[in-house]
Design a binder for this molecule. Sequence first.
Ligand code: ZN
Length: 160
Amino acid sequence: MNKRGHVLNAVILAVGLGFVLEPAGDLTTFRTIAAVFVPLVLGALFPDVDTHFGKHRKTLHNLFVLGVVAAYPVFFDNLQWVWLGVVTHYVLDILGTTRGIALFYPLRDEEFGAPVGVSVSSDYSNLMMLVISAFELTVAAGLVYVLPTYLPDLSASLPV
Ligand SMILES: [Zn+2]
């Protein structure tokens, strides 16, 4: 996917995530969109820095880099939501294109993709990005609304 596709995907996710997390459609929804918007776009752009530094779809397109980015909110209390931008970049490259990414680089050079992608220059590239964005928002809604119903209720065991 090209930069335009990654940015549009991140913008769609930011707006959709705002409504998934705060569905009222009021000020809290738009505050949530604002909170996730820039971090998601930055995270979605970050992996392709390896087009200039390192090997493209390898150096910054792997699980090690995702782990480092995801550790920032935990250890430094910053870069919240940037990890999700990186994840969505990986998903778009894996599902939306024909090439895939080297998830286990630098341990392995092998690139992992899915047989459903189109070439980056395809006329269907934008349509693919929209379909994947809808898929990602469906997964996000499932994680927020469906998954908790299958988890044990731990609130009763918490001290009051
Ligand atoms: Zn990429």
